[in-house]
Design a protein around this ligand. Structure first.
Ligand code: ZN
Ligand code: ZN
Length: 601
């Protein structure tokens, strides 16, 4: 009987694991309120939460010094953690302890901003545990291991003198041999595509050590003795990377020969779990997949309506094909010849940004911040991987720095490649791209997000919210009359939107339903009007990543639905500007969390 009582007490302590910590937090609360009589217990709790999240982030950087460098936090820039079993265990117990401490806070008593931080941190910690304990990509994805990126950032970012950065790099290189040793010990059952990716990426990494870093060291002000040490460390680093590459090459050959490599498809169970953690949707992955299928049919219907209208304008002499999707495809191909000239590509993007800003301001769609202009520039050489355009925003630790719209000029293309690229980013699609990347898409969202002053949201921003917003603004701008309801612009918009929908469909179909390459290419080319090169690239991406391709459609459809829901609820009182400003005021929090907060107000 007595024994039974004890076990009840233990169970109670475990179930209500928030209790002890709650009591802990109430002790300083009393003390502090004596010091400042105006502060309420709720204020104190919020201060404590802010302190907890600040301390969590600082420790998080100690475990992830490379990630810290990416966001502009350089305190641990000379450290390269070795991903061995000991480090993995330490990270795991760190995450478990932090999660327990987090859950001790009574989220109902936190302010809206802190409450959303609470859910984001909880999600981050649960993701970390899931990755290590269940997903285990450290055992099957050799591309997890590549040291080059962070060294490249340190070399190319001007946060201290170049000589000092080289000394940092020298220290950081010390662990490279141990790093790759641990990588080889971790990899027990690699997939073939991830092995091939790792070989390719690590070959790329060699260039950094053999060329860029070697040249930078030669031209530096380091002493002769330092240069000698640097040279031998470079040689050790290259040898370690080379060793990893040849180890992987042997592995890849063996896997192909014996035919029992691990499938890159993660299957339904892991997919649902990863979707829930990474995307943070109100739906399951399966429900989202079904929703995307329905939306594909809706968009096809809209495209056919436009094709019926536009066909006589472009093909007066020719009968419309019976298969309406074939007609749509023909029409898209036909009008895509309207595009800028290759040497005007960057300039035409630069000219378009003020026009988009003017439309947003004239139509009172949301608040624009004139203090943070967007700088359009040619992508710096070291960042040029693929052609295209992307936003390069300052990290949360350097919010005063410029936001750049990097556009890669088409210099390295032959005329055939340039023509194909320009037809893809034709007169109409280029405008939609600029809405998505810049105004009022990614750039505008980031400006608003930086105002929320939550380090948690800047660092652990939700990808589905960020991408969803950019995709949402494309439709919103056109619905508000940008481009004067020109049917050609809408047709191109639908083609672009179909890509987002198709991303969701093929990701789920490949990872869960076993869709083959041939089937996937057929779907992308015939149902989403993609070129073969684009579809092949997407197939490859869908074999290497899981879930991420669904982020665009999930976020977009949830934002759109939230807007419609509030419109219906508020009726006449609904105001689009207010909706946008309020939506963006929560930072890059997951859409379901923003929804909860907006509906509560
Ligand atoms: Zn042309
Ligand atoms: Zn985007």
């Amino acid at each position: 009987m007595k024994k039974h009582l004890i076990s009840v007490a233990i169970v109670a302590a475990l179930v209500g694991c928030s209790e002890p910590a709650k009591q802990e937090t109430s002790v300083p609360a009393v003390k502090a309120s004596q010091e400042s009589p105006t502060a309420s217990a709720v204020d104190i709790l919020n201060q404590e939460f802010a302190q907890f999240s600040g301390e969590f982030i600082e420790q998080f950087w100690q475990y992830n010094p490379g990630y810290a460098v990416y966001v502009g936090y350089y305190k641990y820039d000379d450290q390269l953690p070795v991903p061995d079993a000991k480090n993995l265990a330490a990270e795991l117990s760190f995450a478990k302890a932090q999660l327990a401490a987090l859950l001790a806070f009574d989220v109902k008593k936190l302010t809206a901003s802190n409450a959303s931080d609470y859910y984001i941190l909880k999600n981050q910690l649960q993701s970390l545990l899931f990755n290590v304990e269940e997903f285990k990509s450290h055992q099957w994805n050799p591309a997890n291991y590549n040291v080059a990126g962070v060294f490249g950032v340190i070399l190319n970012t001007d946060y201290k003198s170049k000589d000092e950065r080289l000394r940092t790099i020298f220290k950081r290189m010390g662990n490279i041999p141990a790093y790759y040793q641990a990588a080889k010990a971790n990899i027990t059952n690699p997939t073939i595509p991830h092995t091939e990716l790792a070989i390719q990426q690590n070959k790329g990494a060699l260039g950094l050590f053999k060329d860029s870093l070697h040249t930078a060291m030669t031209e530096s002000g380091l002493s002769e003795a330092e240069k000698t040490d640097f040279t031998s460390r470079l040689a050790e680093a290259s040898a370690a990377i080379n060793g990893y590459i040849s180890w992987l090459e042997t592995k890849a050959e063996a896997l192909k020969a014996n035919g029992n490599a691990k499938d890159f498809r993660i299957g339904s169970d892991l997919y649902e779990k990863k979707f829930a953690l990474d995307i943070y949707s109100s739906l399951t992955a399966e429900q989202l997949f079904e929703k995307a299928q329905k939306d594909k049919s809706r968009v096809h219907g809209e495209m056919v309506k436009i094709a019926d209208k536009l066909w006589p304008k472009y093909f007066a002499e020719q009968a419309m094909p019976a298969d309406k999707l074939v007609a749509v495809k023909q029409l898209i191909d036909h009008i895509s010849v309207k595009h800028v000239e290759r040497d005007k590509f960057v300039d035409s993007i630069r000219a378009q940004i003020p026009e988009l800003e003017k439309f947003v301001i004239d139509n009172n769609l949301l608040t624009m911040d004139a203090d943070k202009p967007l700088v359009v520039r040619e992508t710096p050489e070291y960042q040029r991987g693929f052609a295209g355009a992307s936003i390069n925003a300052p990290g949360p630790y350097d919010a005063k720095a410029n936001t750049y719209y990097n556009v890669t000029p088409l210099d390295h293309y032959n005329s055939e490649e340039a023509e194909s690229y320009l037809r893809e980013y034709n007169h109409w699609l280029l405008q939609i791209l600029n809405i998505h990347e810049a105004v009022p898409g990614h750039y505008t969202q980031l400006v608003h997000s930086n105002k929320s002053k939550s380090l948690v949201k800047s660092i652990f921003g939700n990808g589905a919210m960020v991408e969803g917003w950019a995709v949402y603004t494309e439709r919103m701008m056109l619905e508000q009359g940008y481009g004067d309801f020109e049917p050609e612009l809408w047709l191109m918009y639908y083609k672009w939107n179909l890509r987002v929908i198709m991303n969701s469909i093929i990701d789920y179909s490949i990872q869960v339903n076993g869709l083959t390459e041939e089937q996937a290419l057929d779907m992308m080319m015939n149902q989403a009007f993609q070129e073969k090169a684009e579809a092949s690239g997407k197939w490859r991406r869908a074999t290497l990543s899981q879930v991420q391709l669904t982020s665009y459609f999930t976020g977009y459809s949830e934002i759109y639905e939230l807007r419609e829901e509030l419109k219906a609820k508020q009726g006449e009182a609904f105001n689009l500007t207010d909706f946008h400003n309020q939506f963006l005021s929560y930072g890059s929090a997951p859409v379901p969390i923003i929804r909860q907060m907006m509906l509560a107000e």
